[in-house]
Design a protein. Sequence first.
Length: 502
Amino acid sequence: MEVVWFKKDLRLLDHAALTAAARLGPVLGLWIYEDEVIGAKDFDARHLGFANECLAELEADLMGYGVRLLRRRGDAVKVFEELWQQTHFSHLHSHQETGHAISYRRDLEVIEWARQRGVHWQEYAQTGVVRRLTHRDGWAERWLQRMSPSPRQAPADLQGVVCDLRSEKICTAMDFGLTLDRSEAMRQRGGSAQGHATLASFLLDRGVGYTKEMSSPVTAWDACSRVSPYLTWGALSIRQCLHAAMDRRRDLLEKKSLGQRIDARWMSSIKSFQSRLRWHCHFMQKLEDEPAIEYRNFSRSCDGLREETEIDAERLEAWKQGRTGYPMIDACMRALTATGWLNFRMRAMVMSFASYHLWLHWREPGLHLARMFLDYEPGIHWSQCQMQSGTTGINTLRVYSPTKQLLDQDPQGIFIRQWLPELAQVPDSFLAEPRNMPGLEQQFCGCVIGRDYPYPIVDHPTAYRHAQEKLHHLRQRDDSKKEARRIQQKHGSRKKSSRQWR
Ligand SMILES: Cc1cc2nc3c(=O)[nH]c(=O)nc-3n(C[C@H](O)[C@H](O)[C@H](O)COP(=O)(O)OP(=O)(O)OC[C@H]3O[C@@H](n4cnc5c(N)ncnc54)[C@H](O)[C@@H]3O)c2cc1C
């Protein structure tokens, strides 16, 4: 009997572990509701809801082949021990996981348990992340090589084990004491079918203006691919996305060669999308190579810059609730809470605001965003949180002005008014800085600053100057320069692959 341990790879197709197991014998699928993972500070009810939807579809897909998917709850080693006592299985298959400290420690415990029980645990790569990477040279070429083979079909030889093993009921947020919020109604739905439909609608229709429209929250919701939660939970694989994009590109070129008119924007949109799929793995590689970045600064010369223990709780809460007095920040934070998603630029802006304007250590704001992002992927997330906080030591410091972002990305206040109903009647000219509205205007539009909408909790120019001074001074130090060299060597991207996308 081959046990396949499903983790964040909840799909039937392009599943290396399932394919390999099916070649060896009858398969039993296993999913574990791990209390420690679900109870962690970065986990939210929305993640469980999405995972359960993926699981329901996977269970039905596997059932089509007569393969059972057992659900069990508890500590992974205890679950494996119980299953072993019941079946004496000898082979365990799963994908490699580049997760957080909890899953990393859990995997080490499972290795030790498997060794003691004589169980052969085989792990398979599912992304472009390379285990035990010695250096970054040639990484992009390696990524391309790994992604080149076509996605795997469902294993032809897949068959199940006849058994009457106990399976846990579907565990919901309530079983873990997690609170459901508004996002239940507005978040993306889980499952591979939904993932493929999302990808197809992006590549065939929504994505045409991707390159231009990805930055504004007014257009990004439709123009971005929105495949991120499916990638995080493995309902789609990176390879499936990449190959779908390559197929689409070929179709377009064929149409063009036949003299049909195609929208010229498609080519750059598809190219940008493909690059981002590589970034996905590039960022995850950083956590794989240096797991400590989940907790501590990339650049150790930034230690002490902001103290984790000295978080200003009032500022943090105002930021979380979308009550900072900066409409662009507040609209983003409220939209995120309600939907589980934000586009890249807005994520970068809210994180940079927490770090530079509110001068909060990145860890607590990062944990809040992790809970809110349906697509929370530790490798991307913690690298990005640190990048937007100036602690990676190598990236350009970028302090976003929320006022400028509003004027650039939502000059008519479409997104702002959607998420901040108290500003619905505020004239366009005052939307970026409502506190500048004359008193009478405030009365007329039903938004009195300080009563209906807060005064800004910090002054942008002052906060900006303070952040710039601190960071620029720090970057001049010898220890910072030394750290920057080390980080660039270990994590920095190298020259682009010479092979181009086909
Ligand atoms: C502070 C911060 C935290 C973030 N946390 C996460 C996270 O937890 N999980 C996550 O998937 N992305 C994260 N991102 C990256 C990015 O914002 C999201 O991947 C993107 O917004 C997801 O929407 P999409 O699928 O429509 O992306 P698209 O723009 O359509 O891109 C397609 C895919 O490429 C990958 N990708 C896109 N941008 C990036 C990027 N900058 N870095 C790495 N991969 C990228 C993602 O897998 C994404 O699904 C974060 C960015 C910031 C600034």
